[in-house]
Design a protein around this ligand. Structure first.
Ligand code: 4AD
Ligand code: MG
Length: 431
């Protein structure tokens, strides 16, 4: 008997086939048992009829608890009323393991209970749809970069020093070398890669030990860092916009059904695929102050500020040219005003906040060294990074996308913790 995936069911109308999967739901009435079976590729209602199955198998069908695993044989038939929908007329059932008392039911569960049962919660339809969108977003990012002459260049996770500031590092013992640190971003290593390959990206887990307990922060998340030689500030933003708009279109094309399951406002997402807006940090602060905020000109933007700045905008907004004092040492000074740097954050609409951080990098040896000394960095530790400014330094830029932030926005999820299989947060490391 041919074993098939539920997604391919339409090709087998009228032929006896076999499916392998799990019981999502059952109900019975008289001589009928209805079993919703899912296999990861889809779901199908299977109808078991006592005279077809025989009494023993029929009793087994009735006894299947939620999430029991099984092999089911049957004949796909077009649903009498619903279009593009098939039902399975069951000819045989072989349970693999009969489950009882599955802890997650239809009733509302609190977030703590669901997170404690994350290993099971992942089977719920919404969680599955979020994982499918995550899969699409991941591959769309890689596809876009591959098509635009970027090479994959993986950076290390165990590193001797910090990329984004020393206060948020996880420290691990490292043999006789003392301590190593879990990487916060592969950016500095990518800057070495461009001098060899021109354009490079990495994609993997990064770690932040910051004590942020918000809907947007994980302690372990996935970042794609991209870096390109001979690309300056404006082109850096153009690459980011092209990439994000490609991701939006790909998700709309590949995950329409998932977006429906997630009750995502699809029209709103479509509108984001249009030219992005741009404003300087100074203009952003002026705007916020005109709305009554007391934010000052040398402040980072909080979640509320970000929401206000994108209010009424269908498209993401770049906040560019930040005060040098509040951005990382590696950002290049704005030649028009030395107090600012050529960095930009991309803020998603609908209140989803920052999804990208990036900048043009300081490519002058003396200026970079001066900035590092000001930040009291150990220059010996960063010799390799400074070397890049001595052997064929070129203007270059890059950016980092937080995968879960982007998936949160695409799926319209309220909390970032649902966009990664096993979220790591200050108060959670189980399961
Ligand atoms: O803005 P960040 O800190 O930038 C960097 O790390 C640069 N070195 C990247 C680069 O230029 N290659 O982080 C980049 C993105 C943020 O815009 C956000 O999307 C995400 O990473 N991010 C987080 N996502 C989840 N939880 C956290 N704690 C995050 N911190 C940053
Ligand atoms: Mg940032």
């Amino acid at each position: 008997m041919k074993y098939i995936f539920i997604k391919d069911i339409a090709q087998y109308e009228g032929q006896e086939i076999c499916l392998k999967g799990w019981v999502r739901n059952t109900r019975h009435s008289g001589k009928l048992v209805f079993i919703i079976v899912r296999d990861g590729t889809g779901e199908i209602q299977s109808v078991a009829f006592r005279p077809d199955l025989g009494d023993d198998k029929f009793e087994i069908a009735k006894s299947l608890g939620l999430e029991s695993s099984l092999i089911i044989h049957g004949i796909p038939k077009k649903h009498p009323k619903l279009e593009n929908t098939y039902e399975l007329q069951v000819t045989d059932i072989q349970p693999i393991q009969i489950a009882h008392d599955y802890p997650i039911s239809k009733k509302e569960h609190g977030p703590d209970f669901l997170l404690e049962n994350r290993h099971l919660w992942l089977r719920s339809p919404k969680q599955r749809s979020i994982m499918k969108v995550r899969h699409t977003v991941y591959h769309a990012i890689c596809d876009y970069l591959n098509q635009n002459s970027f090479y994959r260049f993986d950076s290390p996770i165990l590193t001797p020093n910090a990329c984004e500031g020393t206060t948020t590092l996880f420290e691990v013992p490292y043999f006789d070398e003392g301590s190593a640190y879990l990487s916060q971003s592969g950016q500095l290593y990518l800057e070495t890669g461009i001098m060899s390959l021109g354009r490079v990206y990495d994609f993997g887990p990064v770690f932040r030990a910051e004590k942020s307990k918000t809907r947007k922060h994980l302690t372990e998340f996935w970042m794609m860092d991209a870096e390109a030689a001979f690309v300056e500030h404006d082109e850096n933003l153009a690459i980011q916009e092209g990439l994000i708009r490609f991701v939006i279109r790909t998700v709309l094309e590949k995950n329409h059904d998932d977006l429906v399951i997630l009750e995502r406002d699809i029209e709103q997402l479509k509108k984001a695929d249009a030219p992005f807006k741009k404003m300087t940090h100074r203009e952003a602060v002026e705007y916020l102050r005109s709305k009554g905020s007391e934010i000052d000109y040398n402040s980072d933007l909080g979640a509320q500020d970000e929401a206000m700045l994108t209010e009424g905008s269908d498209v993401p907004v770049f906040i560019e040219k930040w005060p040098q004092a509040i951005k990382a040492f590696y950002m290049k000074r704005d030649p028009e005003n030395e107090d600012y740097v050529l960095g930009a954050d991309l803020i998603a609409p609908e209140g989803f906040g920052e999804i990208i951080g990036g900048s043009q990098r300081e490519d002058d040896y003396d200026l970079l060294k001066y900035r590092m000394e000001q930040d009291k960095m150990d220059l010996d530790e960063y010799k390799w990074y400074l070397d890049l400014r001595q052997y064929g330094s070129v203007p270059h830029s890059g950016f980092g996308i937080g995968l879960e932030r982007l998936v949160t926005w695409m799926t319209g999820t309220k909390h970032i913790r649902e966009t990664i299989p096993f979220p790591r947060m200050i108060y959670r490391i189980y399961p």
